[in-house]
Design a binder for this molecule. Structure first.
Ligand code: 8X3
Length: 250
């Protein structure tokens, strides 16, 4: 039987690329995001390949999360794979200058949003004693870099939650994995710098990872045999050695 995956943050970047990769592999899709017009465009594109259902909500809105997932029609209710991808960086400031609004946004979306969506999906997985949750972490979840403070904290939290899920869901035969990318060229930096010109420099002078590179890795993680669980996968572009060491050529 075809599997169904629910992907949060499916309107751009890694989430969107994963939707395309999964559709190519014949996985049914529940695509979640805040921008309905973008979701509809993706649905139109992918419907020749697989079945697609859209859920238009903000992961940081607790009530909206539960209402949306509760509204799933029967054909899409059975979620085999949950991709907790929605997340963003807001600002890159020293801790003494950071904005409370930016901190709220990162903790609300990256951490609490992931928890709300997981809370809404996990009961059906524990009941069936099967399922796979993949949390999109970051190299920022492994090391803290200058001015990364709260973003790095939110991604450290994602990796801690991943480990906690794996332990607590172990009796239920549920796989829990983290995929932790370094520099991926998406609109991530545009969002971080709020459209500012600093975003243009982030991926200049070297070949950054592309969203598709990560989507292919996510498909690899979900397509392993039943007895294989990739617990945590850290991936950098070749030019990047860690959060602060990137070989650039101009
Ligand atoms: C994205 C990677 O290095 O910009 O999570 O924090 S980084």
């Amino acid at each position: 039987m075809k599997k169904t995956a629910l992907i949060t943050g499916a309107t751009s970047g890694i989430g969107e690329a994963t939707a395309y990769e999964f559709a190519k592999q014949g996985i049914n899709l529940v695509l979640c995001g805040r921008r309905l017009a973008k979701l509809k465009t993706i649905k139109e594109d992918l419907e020749q390949l697989t079945h697609v259902h859209l859920l238009n909500f903000d992961v940081s809105n607790k009530n909206a999360v539960f209402k949306a997932i509760d509204s799933l029609p029967n054909a899409f209710k059975h979620i085999d794979i949950l991709i907790n991808n929605a997340g963003n960086a807001h600002g890159l400031d020293p801790i003494n200058e950071g904005s409370v609004e930016d901190w709220d946004a990162m903790m609300d979306i990256n951490v609490k949003g992931l928890l709300y969506v997981s809370k809404a999906i996990i009961p059906q997985m524990t009941e069936r004693k099967s399922g796979h949750i993949i949390n999109i972490g970051s190299s920022a979840g492994k090391e803290v870099y200058p001015k990364g403070n709260v973003y790095c904290a939110s991604k450290h939290a994602v990796l801690a939650i991943t480990e906690g899920m794996r332990v607590d869901l172990n009796p239920y035969n549920i796989k829990v994995s983290a995929v932790s990318p370094g520099l991926v060229e998406t609109n991530f930096s545009k969002v971080r710098f709020k459209g500012g010109k600093e975003a243009d420099n982030v991926y200049n002078g070297f070949q950054a990872l592309q969203a598709k590179d990560i989507a292919e890795i996510i498909y690899f993680v979900v397509s392993r045999p039943n007895h294989v669980n990739i617990a945590d996968l850290l991936v950098f572009p070749t030019a990047q050695a860690n959060s602060v060491t990137v070989k650039k050529e101009f």
